[in-house]
Design a protein around this ligand. Structure first.
Ligand SMILES: Nc1ncnc2c1ncn2[C@@H]1O[C@H](COP(=O)(O)OP(=O)(O)OP(=O)(O)O)[C@@H](O)[C@H]1O
Ligand SMILES: [Mg+2]
Length: 247
């Protein structure tokens, strides 16, 4: 694999030095990356200065899960992140006229869009940036790994075999790129999809198992309502433990 030079992407100074960068990835789609990213960022923003960057260019869901329907404003030529639940949110959805307009781009355009959005945003001083990636091991994860060089990635899987195998690809991609893997989260555990696949895989790969989140209707509903479940009434002590381990 070709490695780019240290600052090929011109990212120097885009994020402050103390800012820890955490990317959330998976192999398979629809396993809960955005749900976890949004809740991780929301919960950590209670005590820290946190930004959430939605690196899913063509199907950005972060705004929907946070009840954001605003467009960006621009100050002195820079994009001003949207302030929501105490965090700074930047999603490509804030550039779209209509939320169901398709974005039909080839890989290099996606990659450039991610870099430009990161560089043109006024991030301010941050403790953490959480990056919600689209599924797979292609353009967006590759761009984020090369340009942003996360301090760690979290790999999300559902319990089923197909998802676990794809998650292992994501873990191996991060390893190959020299990015530390903070661990695996098993999401949607329970009677329907089963349980234990994520933990078994973490053991096999010699990485941390960060915990499991049950398949829970209140989590689905919180996404629909646009309020992170960690800020709702439901008892989410398990997720709190997972976040504390990550932090
Ligand atoms: N633990 C859970 N219990 C119930 N519903 C969940 C849970 N986790 C996520 N969901 C729901 O499953 C759907 C998919 O989740 P989400 O969009 O977070 O997945 P994703 O991995 O980000 O998808 P994509 O690969 O398309 O980016 C959403 O409707 C979300 O509300
Ligand atoms: Mg998503």
């Amino acid at each position: 694999m070709v490695r780019k030079n240290k600052d090929y992407y011109g990212m120097e100074g885009v994020l402050n030095d103390g800012c820890r960068k955490i990317a959330v990835m998976s192999g398979k789609g629809g396993v809960g990356k955005t749900t976890i990213s949004v809740n991780l960022a929301a919960l950590s923003s209670i005590k820290h200065k946190v930004a959430l960057f939605d690196a899913d260019v063509d199907c950005p869901n972060v705004n929907g899960f946070l009840g954001i329907d605003q467009r960006f404003s621009v100050r002195e030529g820079k994009i001003v992140p949207i302030d929501k639940f105490g965090m700074k949110v930047v999603s490509f959805a804030s550039m779209q006229e209509n939320e169901n307009d398709p974005i039909i781009w080839r890989g290099p355009m996606l990659s450039n869009a991610i870099i430009e959005m990161l560089k043109k945003t006024e991030w301010g001083d941050l403790d953490y940036i959480v990056i919600d990636l689209p599924p797979g091991t292609s353009d967006a994860p590759l761009t984020i790994m090369q340009a942003v060089k996360p301090d760690g990635v979290i790999v999300v899987t559902s319990p089923q075999k197909a998802s676990v195998i794809d998650a292992e690809k994501a873990v191996n991609m991060a390893k190959e790129m020299g990015i530390p893997v903070l661990g695996i989260i098993e999401n949607m555990s329970g009677k329907i999809f089963g349980m234990g696949g994520g933990e078994k895989s973490a053991k096999k790969l010699g990485i941390e198992f960060l915990g499991r989140i049950e398949l829970d209707r209140t989590i689905t509903l919180s996404c629909e309502r646009g309020v992170p479940f960690v800020l709702g009434d439901s008892e989410q002590s398990k997720f709190r433990e997972i976040v504390e381990r990550i932090i």
